[in-house]
Ligand binder design. Structure first.
Ligand code: FAD
Length: 415
């Protein structure tokens, strides 16, 4: 039995704690924000083997430049002269080449399929109780020929790799999802995808870990104790937590935690918003509205409307114009359905941890081999949570990993 300390209790931290506890290790979770219900709570709940193209790609660059100063667009960047941010932007730019995008497809598919399998195993095992894991797939709804063309190219590639895809014209779409606005031309249906209800799984996981004897500490790291190229302990203001292994899984805050150990991690916050509707709604299928880039999910008894990517640093400021942009997009794609003022006022946000190349950072650090990293999952962090947790456990137990971890090496360079 090894002693393990996990910093962060989002989906990555909880998943690592889950598999470490299952393997018989003694686990402590440290997270100063008991009430924090960020990215892992407010996300759209998609499990997305279909998302084979990383966010770092040439199209993000061209759209990003077009959109970046419009605060109601799907992508918004607040101009900042922070050296870290400027460097991250440079690394993102250098990662956004057609070759790097193509090279990333295989690793993304592998980790997505592996993590989806982990969700399915958790679901079947009933160890944490029952939760929604709905396999009806994801619709990509498009209005323009340009969106149809670009998503068709991605879908054909996904299909050639064996992922389930079907192409729906307008009549085919109406058969499965009535109530769609006349301007929508059709959809690509990724039948390989699934969806879940994030607050349900987060609550079940937390309860399960507490029952399994995982210890919870609501404090912040004060300093790392180091000796002989090993981390010996995490010191908080009140106590020291000695362990054999440490896992930094604190989302966007991981960068600061690692900086204090003298390790530079290139990470930026990508803020996204979501709104919940607890009343009758027309949503039968999860859908991404391609032009405004909004994500709609029928959860267990309610529906969630999410979207936007805002690069404005680490803050939880809700910008009304961005909430309104999501609401306007919804009524432009669904007939006779609108988000009301109260639903918009209750919008929440979460910070996606964005690595410069859009691939997660998973595995041991070079500087301290007993210090593990599990972050940088960007738009796919919910999908990749259990898979990442299992991979971290395999690294700690020095078992062969279920997939090749080289593309996700946290020590990799980006330019
Ligand atoms: C609107 C929206 C929709 C999304 N939709 C999807 C989707 O459909 N599918 C998908 O796969 N992904 C989706 N994502 C992305 C996904 O939600 C994130 O990538 C994922 O939740 C990140 O998980 P995390 O555990 O790394 O970070 P977080 O969930 O941010 O958790 C980080 C934790 O670290 C803690 N922490 C902070 N400071 C410290 C510290 N000093 N010490 C210890 N702990 C600390 C925080 O309190 C928090 O509990 C979406 C994100 C957003 C915002």
């Amino acid at each position: 039995m090894k002693k393990c300390v996990v910093l962060g209790s989002g989906i990555q931290g909880l998943s690592a704690a889950y598999y470490l506890a299952e393997a018989g290790h003694q686990v402590t979770i440290i997270d100063p924000h008991r009430e924090y219900q960020g990215a892992s709570w407010v996300n759209a709940g998609y499990l997305t083997p279909s998302h084979i193209i990383t966010i770092a790609n040439p199209k993000t660059l061209t759209n990003g430049i077009k959109w970046m100063f419009r605060s109601d667009s799907p992508f918004y960047m607040k101009p900042r002269l922070s050296p870290d941010f400027v460097r991250w932007l440079w690394e993102f730019y250098r990662s956004s080449t057609p070759k790097k995008v193509a090279d990333a497809i295989g690793p993304i598919e592998q980790i997505n399929l592996f993590s989806k399998e982990c969700y399915e195993t958790l679901h079947q095992s009933l160890k944490m109780g029952t939760f929604q894991l709905d396999q009806r797939g994801l619709l990509m709804l498009y209005k323009t020929a340009a969106a149809e063309k670009s998503e068709t190219a991605v879908a054909l590639r996904a299909q050639s790799d064996g992922l389930g895809v079907s192409f729906l014209d307008r009549q085919g779409l109406d058969r499965i999802q009535p109530g769609i606005h006349a301007g929508v031309k059709g959809a690509i249906h990724y039948t390989c995808d699934a969806h879940t209800t994030p607050p349900e799984i987060m609550t079940l996981l937390m309860d399960h870990l507490k029952k399994k004897g995982v210890c919870w500490v609501e404090e912040s790291l004060d300093r790392w104790e180091v000796s002989n190229n090993q981390i010996k302990a995490v010191h908080t203001k009140t106590k020291a937590f000695a362990a054999d292994y440490f896992v930094v899984a604190a989302g966007v805050w991981s960068k600061d935690l690692l900086k204090r150990a003298g390790i530079r991690l290139s990470l930026e916050a990508g803020k996204g918003y979501s709104m919940d509707v607890h009343r009758p709604h027309p949503i039968k299928y999860p859908a991404i509205l391609m032009e405004p880039k909004c994500a709609i999910t029928p959860m267990e008894g309610w529906a969630r409307f999410a979207g936007t990517m805002e690069l404005s640093g680490i803050n939880h400021r809700i910008r009304p114009e961005r909430v309104k942009a999501i609401a306007s997009a919804v009524s432009a794609y669904y007939e006779n359905f609108e988000l009301n003022t109260s639903e918009m006022q209750q919008a929440r946000c979460g910070l996606r941890p964005l690595s410069p190349d859009g691939l997660p950072l998973i595995g041991p650090t070079k500087k301290y081999p007993n210090l593990m990293v599990a972050t940088g999952h960007a738009m796919m962090g919910w999908s990749l949570g259990p898979g990442t947790g299992k991979l971290i456990q395999q690294c700690i137990d020095q078992e062969p990993t279920s997939i090749d971890l080289k593309p996700f090496d946290p020590n990799r360079k980006f330019s």
